[in-house]
Design a protein around this ligand. Structure first.
Ligand code: GLN
Ligand code: ZN
Length: 768
């Protein structure tokens, strides 16, 4: 049985690629040094996969910054502002300038846009498209890496983005968005280059090419669906390597007939996300085609139930024989590298988990268990391995650590709690009375600069070299500094500054039961940036208040209102590895109840306003429209569960950034926060259109400056933006604030920017 992999994490167990990239960008490492690190990582990762028993190894899954960017550069799709000579190869520094705007060589230019890869937390660089664009093979990395793998004696299977997914994900001024069929006109120029790539790979001796078309799991307009037949008729011509069409992150659904009609040699389907598609796929597969069954979950970190998978695949294995291949559901880019590097997780919990390296072992084990004529009982070693796997799963199922009777009893009772607060008009009146805010009140999104000193404090405290008391004193000093600063410049609604938080999810996860943390569980987010998502393994509860002490201290320093700051239930869920033994909505409700207690404790401590951040609310939307309503219903419900336990004079804020709101505005309104702050400066308030069209009733703080840049915004520019906002929404509903938190900024620009923001608010008030 052929075993293969769709992609391996490229960043390295110790984030070697991150270190090398950052050192190269800052001038500490030269190009040869960087290339050597990349080569070393590829070799190491191929060896891991070959040693695990994989037959075909992915090539092209490695990328210096992002695989979509790498592919755009390979196709010569470099926007004109980067000054690319059409006769020369695209240099690595040009790739970096496309990603980050600058590189050790070459003229700086505006970076390409970055956005989330389907429903993952990975970000890709958006291809920039224009009518009449010319394509050519402009980089040779893919071919060089194929040679590299061949020279090491491996069987490489290049992985490339399919032309339709690449176009769908691309943008350009001439195009209306993902589904704009006008982009399909570029196929005439694009397909000959794809054909050249395939011919060149065939000449290198490649047998199989994996061509990724994940858009086949989306709702596709007819023009796109129909384009598949035309495109693949051209690509699958004689002489090209055999094509494995890969789909992942969901089921093919109504695109299944399209996928099955294509003249490709194999089809990969995601059976972790959509196990129900196995039968229909088998029914239409035909007599010659390979089915690659994506059975090991590439999106989560739990050990696989191999007995169950074996049972589901037994009939397919018997029928297809060698035509059944096994693989993870998607690229392993989305999980950490190696569980064995974790030394602090207890053995029991560890036995439940599986990272990339372990997933390949599971794959091999499943392959052996499914092999024809193999009877697990006959081969002691195999039987023992399967028994170990079974025991681990059994231990997880039976463990009292995953189920907390008190949490479950409470959930059963409190899910019936009313979610409605008093009508907004009543709340607004009570809050006006209590808070006595001016028109155009000013506030911030929560975090203030996370300075090197603050990070050093936390590091020392966690290492045990700084005592609890000393740490608390030092953080209090930061809070006092932050409050004094806000008072001095005249901010109306203050925050404590979040100095005590490493990360907005990790901070809460560490204080709640049911979460575990890894030491090396890094997952690439974009470029050299990685995140270490917490693992939610058990029922979630809050043993003690989490933010009340810091917030109450901040409030004790000032007569102005201080806004408490929490991360919302959907965002905590979305940015964690979530248990798969109960529906996500149930886990979310547990988090929501824990937060509800925190909200009520903050209220009891005299905190007049509480913000529950939900920046990940929109990214939780399912890939298929048909699934949106169910998600939105429970996501909104969990938010309301967290926030509805307070009196009408307590002001609930929420914050979302980098979202589109037009298609979910009803749900945003249903959250019924008293104030929502959003990022709007880049779009120059265009995002407010959704709120205007909906006649959004509650308060809104549209961001007036971009926090990603150290530039200090002009007063006049901010006033202008707010006037645009006031043209769309009632001015008495408007707040003045930055786009997002300030933790990545330094103090000097923060002070200058906020002082100007306060001045802008004063001018707005004067213009009554
Ligand atoms: N309160 C958080 C902060 O200010 C919100 C961050 C976010 O939206 N991602 O940092
Ligand atoms: Zn934000």
């Amino acid at each position: 049985m052929t075993l293969h992999n769709l992609g391996f994490p490229r960043i390295g167990l110790r984030r070697e690629l991150k270190r090398a990239l950052e050192s190269y960008w800052s001038g500490g490492l030269d190009a040869d040094g960087l290339l050597a690190v990349g080569r070393e990582l590829r070799q190491r990762h191929w060896k891991i996969q070959a040693d695990a028993g994989l037959d075909l190894l992915p090539v092209g899954d490695f990328a210096w910054y992002d695989h979509m960017l790498e592919w755009s550069a390979t196709l010569g799709a470099v926007p004109p502002r980067f000054g690319q000579d059409a006769a020369r190869p695209v240099a690595l520094d040009t790739v970096f300038r496309m990603a980050r705007g600058r590189a050790p060589t070459g003229t700086p230019a505006a970076a390409c846009e970055m956005t989330k890869w389907f429903d993952t937390n990975y970000h890709y660089l958006v291809p920039e498209l224009a009518p009449g664009q010319v394509f050519r093979i402009a980089r040779s990395d893919l071919f060089d890496q194929v040679d590299e793998a061949l020279a090491l004696g491996y069987r490489p299977k290049p992985v490339i983005p399919g032309p339709l997914s690449w176009l769908w994900l691309g943008k350009g001024e001439a195009y209306a968005g993902a589904g704009d069929a006008a982009k399909l006109a570029l196929l005439d120029a694009l397909l000959p280059v794809y054909a050249q790539v395939l011919a060149r790979l065939a000449a290198q001796g490649v047998e199989w090419v994996q061509i990724d078309e994940p858009i086949l799991v989306l709702d596709l307009p007819p023009a796109w669906r129909e384009a598949f037949g035309r495109v693949y008729a051209i690509l699958a011509t004689a002489g090209a390597p055999r094509l494995l069409l890969a789909t992942y992150f969901g089921g093919l659904g109504d695109n299944l007939p399209t996928a099955l009609s294509l003249p490709v040699a194999g089809l990969h389907v995601d059976l972790a996300r959509a196990p129900e598609q196995l039968d229909p796929v088998l029914a239409g597969l035909g007599p010659d085609r390979v089915l690659s069954a994506g059975v090991i979950d590439g999106r989560n970190i739990w050990r696989t139930d191999l007995d169950a998978r074996r049972g589901e695949l037994a009939a397919a294995a018997a029928r297809l024989g060698e035509r059944l291949w096994l693989a993870p559901s998607c690229s392993l880019l989305h999980v950490p590298v190696d569980l064995s590097a974790e030394t602090l997780l207890d053995d029991e919990l560890k036995s439940w988990l599986s990272f990339a390296v372990q997933k390949l072992d599971e794959l091999a084990l499943l392959g052996r268990a499914l092999a024809p004529g193999e009877d697990a009982g006959d081969e002691p070693q195999l039987a023992a391995a399967l028994a170990r796997q079974r025991a681990a799963l059994q231990s997880r199922r039976a463990s009292p650590r995953t189920r907390n009777a008190a949490v479950r009893a409470r959930l059963a009772k409190d899910l019936g709690l009313p979610r409605d607060r008093a009508p907004f008009a009543r709340r607004a009146a009570a809050q006006r009375e209590r808070l006595k805010l001016p028109a155009f009140p000013t506030t911030t999104i929560g975090s203030f600069p996370q300075t090197a000193e603050i990070r050093a404090l936390r590091r020392d405290w966690k290492a045990g070299t700084l005592g609890d008391h000393a740490y608390e004193t030092a953080i209090r000093k930061e809070i006092a500094h932050c409050i004094a600063f806000q008072e001095r410049i005249g901010i109306d609604m203050l925050v404590h500054g979040e100095a005590e938080r490493n990360d907005m999810v990790e901070y809460f996860g560490e204080l709640m039961a049911g979460f575990a943390f890894t030491q090396n569980g890094w997952v690439q987010s974009y470029g050299s940036r990685c995140v270490k998502p917490p693992v939610i393994f058990g029922d979630v509860s809050r043993p003690a208040p989490m933010t009340v002490g810091w917030t109450a201290y901040a409030q004790s320093l000032t007569a102005r209102p201080v806004k408490g700051m929490l991360t919302g239930p959907v965002t905590i869920l979305q940015w964690s590895f979530v248990r798969d033994d109960q529906p996500r909505r149930d886990t979310c409700a547990q988090i929501a109840l824990a937060l509800r207690d925190e909200v009520q404790d903050l209220e009891a401590a005299g905190i007049p306003a509480i913000q529950i951040d939900e920046p990940a609310f929109r990214e939780g939307l399912p890939l298929r429209r048909a699934d949106w309503d169910a998600y939105l219903a429970w996501a909104v419900d969990c938010f309301r569960l967290s926030t509805s336990g307070v009196g009408e004079a307590t002001q609930i804020h929420t914050h979302m950034c980098y979202s589109q709101f037009n298609d979910i505005i009803e749900s945003i309104a249903a959250m019924d926060a008293d104030v929502i702050t959003i990022e709007t400066s880049r779009s120059r308030m265009a995002l407010l259109e959704a709120f205007e069209d909906y006649s959004y009733p509650n308060d809104i703080g549209p961001g007036v400056y971009d926090i990603h840049s150290p530039n200090v915004p002009d007063v006049g520019w901010m006033v202008g933006l707010m006037r645009r906002a006031a043209a769309r929404l009632p001015r008495e509903r408007l707040w003045v604030n930055p786009d997002c938190g300030l933790k990545t900024r330094a103090w000097p620009e923060t002070e200058a920017s906020l002082a100007r923001m306060v001045e802008a608010a004063r001018q707005l008030r004067a213009q009554a």
